[in-house]
Every structure is written in C-alpha cells, then in structure tokens.
Design a protein around this ligand. Structure first.
Ligand code: F6R
Ligand code: ZN
Length: 199
C-alpha cells in the first residue's frame, strides 16, 4: 500500500509585524466573545457598548488533527484593559487532557495563567525569548500586561489535543491579572467556581 507523505515546509514569522508569511487560518476574537470572563461586569458592558474591540488573533498552519501531528502558529494578543483587568485570551483545557503545549514568546510582555482540574494554579511571566512548557492537564490563558505593545507567542501542541472552552466559561480561572499602581498583580477571581470532584 502506498503511504501518503508530506514534504517538509517552512514559514517565516515577521515578529515586528506579528505576521506569518504563510498560514491557513486567521482566527479573531473580540470582546463580545468573552462574556462573563472579566471580573468587572459594568466595565465589560460599557466597553462593549462603545465597541466590540478586537482582542486577539491567531494565525495557524492547517495540519491533520491526529496524534502524530503538531499544530502550530502564532497568537497575537493586543494591549488593553477591561476595568483594571488586562486583555486576555479565552483560555481552555485541551479536550484530550493529557496533552501538553509549548509557547515561545516573541514580543511584548505578559503572563500565562494556568490551572489544573483539581484547582492547582500557576502563573508564569512571558518575555521575548522565554519558552513556556505547559504540561498535560493544565488549562492556559495568556494575558497581555504591556501598556501599548502586542504580546506575540509561537505555540505548538499535539494534533489530537482539541479544545475544551466550556469548563473555563463556567468556572473561570482561579486567578486574574489586574493593574494596580501601574503594575500587574495576580489576584483571586471572586467568581471562580471550584471544580466539584476533579474531572
Ligand atoms: C492552542 C493554544 C493557543 C490558543 C490561542 C488563543 O491549544 O493554546 O493557540 O488557542 O492563544 O487562545 P484561546 O484558544 O484560548 O482563545
Ligand atoms: Zn492550548
């Protein structure tokens, strides 16, 4: 039987423009898709009434979604805040929980907020040149703590990982990143719902 075979390929990341010279998907997420995730609901409502602002963009290369493949691309998270809380991604567990992800920060400054189904949490700073290994089981959300620069990261994860957004939509992340006296601060999420019995 003949095996189908791909050829090796390359693409180039233009870091200052936060663009790939080749990609298959350009995914955008705006404020209206973050309902219930920002702690300050009145600030969220009034920001959304002003404009459904674009929060982040993902450029991805398309690959088959199986375990031998590595999905990869860049995530471009724009700067800004809702109330005191910095712009952030929706965040997710991988649908196949036992799958990891690697992030390599290319530009900007930010944090990755992470937690397990049991409620353990971790926050790591992202700076250009820094590699973050997100182990299997850890939900992850990036946060742009920069005043006026995009947070740009390159990511790689297994093709079969999939995404579970629903759990975070319901329970939120345990920790939030807010600005206090001009500096990022990690605080408890008053609306976090503890997972009942793990998963
Ligand atoms: C893929 C991954 C990243 C994010 C991207 C946008 O597993 O973690 O590519 O998908 O940073 O964030 P979400 O997917 O949470 O909207
Ligand atoms: Zn992921």
């Amino acid at each position: 039987m003949e095996q189908s075979q791909d050829n090796p390929f390359t693409f180039t990341v233009d870091v200052s423009e936060a663009k790939l010279d080749k990609y298959d998907h350009h995914i955008t997420r705006s404020l209206s898709e973050m309902s219930g995730q920002y702690a300050d609901q009145p600030a969220y409502d009034s920001a959304l009434a002003r404009e459904d602002v674009l929060l982040y963009e993902v450029y991805e290369t398309s690959r088959p979604e199986n375990s031998g493949e590595l999905l990869n691309g860049i995530s471009v998270l724009h700067p800004g805040k809702v109330g005191d809380e910095y712009f952030m991604t929706k965040g997710h567990f991988h649908a196949v929980l036992e799958t990891a992800e690697v992030y390599y920060c290319l530009k900007g400054e930010g944090m990755m907020v992470m937690e397990t189904p049991e409620g353990d949490w971790a926050v790591e700073a992202l700076r250009p040149g820094k590699v973050l290994y997100v182990p299997p089981r850890w939900a992850h959300r990036s946060v742009n703590t920069g005043a006026d620069e995009d947070l740009v990261t390159f990511f790689v994860y297994p093709g079969h990982a999939g995404h579970d957004y629903g759990t975070i939509e319901v329970q939120g992340f345990r920790k939030l990143v807010v600005e206090e006296n001009g500096r990022p601060k990690i605080v408890d999420n008053p609306r976090w719902r503890s997972p009942q019995n793990g998963r």
